[in-house]
Design a protein around this ligand. Sequence first.
Ligand code: TRP
Length: 527
Amino acid sequence: MSASERTQWKSRLGFVLAASGSAIGLGNIVFFGANAYKFGGGAFYVPYLVALFVVGIPMMILEFGIGHRSRVAFPQTLGRMAGRAGEFVGWWALFNAVIITMYYVTILGWVVGMLIGALGPLWEPASPMPNYAMETLPNPQGYFFDTLSSWTVVGFVALVWLANVGICINGARSIESTVKFFVPAMWIMMLALIVRGLTLDGGFDGVMYLFNPDFSAMSGLDVWRGAFSQIFFSLSLGFGVLSVYASYLPKKSDTTSMGLQTALMNCSFEYIAGFAIFSMLFAFAIVPKASTLAMSFFVLPQGIAQLPGGAVTFGVLFFGLLLVAGLSSSVSLVEGLAAAAIDKFRVKRGIVLALLFSVGVLGSMVFALPIVIDSSLAGNGTLGLTLLDLFDHKAFGYGLLLVGLAECIVVGWIFGAQRLIDHVNRHTKFTLGTGYAHLIKFIIPLTITALLVLGFLHECGTLGDPDGDVSYPYGQGLVDPEAIGSTGWSWVADAVPIVWIAFTILGALVMTWLPAARRDDPGDDDA
Ligand code: TRP
């Protein structure tokens, strides 16, 4: 396919829906809820808003702008700006996002299982748990662990991957037809959950939890790093996917306004998702031990089970929402990778998608199968979850920020911030000035570097406990090193950083050095 045959969005609304579909996902519900809870609700919102305005919105404008200007996929876009090094950064971003997508789809596979459960079995007193070595657990927890440890997970994961490649089958065109239904559906389902939550006795107290700043917790480094990583993940920044979506826009497009719209829509969704979650937690006085997934997968369902108005209805709404929101996010990576491969090797879309499907299913199995094979893991250290959390820590906590930093260097310093500003200012209501150049060249890279360096030093123990005297009300993520140590799988935990670095760097090197197929280069849109 020559570049002139690239598909385009039929309408600008189609693009905004697709971009917000990519942005709104599990991050807005599962991860935001868990982070906000872990960091004490109100303590999280100041760092969160700072991250949104200082880094989130400007980076979104940057990713939209560069993709729109070059009208090619992400590695090629950066390649035109900074040669081979730029292309390498682009592939590295995609490979980092591939790891995220592998476990993201595994989680979506579990969501499918829970959605089926929500039709009935999830709400029964206890699960029979045929695969499960431990004593019987009460539902919904029992049903969740049963789902994790049963072989049907393989089928669910394959199904989610199939849906992903299916939605990408005709590129922007099929994505647009899908998000036209998915994105409004997400808002409707979320609003229904919020109304239900807020009308519960005591539900409103949960909302107040999100608006009650705790200044002492804000002095911890973790809360800041958590907020910035959350903003990157939630806005789909550093994945190398938004610029591809923007490359399918018509020439005269106001990418700055669309960037603002997308970012604000995503974060409003995220914040009000917090209303739904916290109103239910508070109304039923459930105190989650805030491990990332537990909160959405069985703590919140504990509340849903007691809802006047029907556990089935609201359970289906909740897991249906997670599935729809998650799918419209993961497709953006499938499209980002497919476009990059097509732009580089001129291969047929069908072939790329078939390949992505096969590799994707295998990769997601790495996260799904440990618990299936050794179901005793599900109960104690939850290795499957822990493995996921360990990768999450690298890809989510470091990878996205590193990509963001590299993007700023490529665009701000090598390509020239002013050239980007000139491009995005051509058709916009919001003209950007030199302040934006300062953000891209100095403020954002310095902020990210500080977070990365301090975070790394803390983790190595050089600076002691990352949080000093700060103690978060509900502490702890999923990682429980002692629990892993006791399972005989601890070598896996040690191998994670090596696998992460090897996979992303080697993958990106290979893709960069492979020769590109000859092409009719459309050139950048600088006219
Ligand atoms: N923004 C999404 C969220 O909040 C995450 C995401 C974006 C994603 N692009 C992705 C996940 C691609 C997997 C693959 O959930």
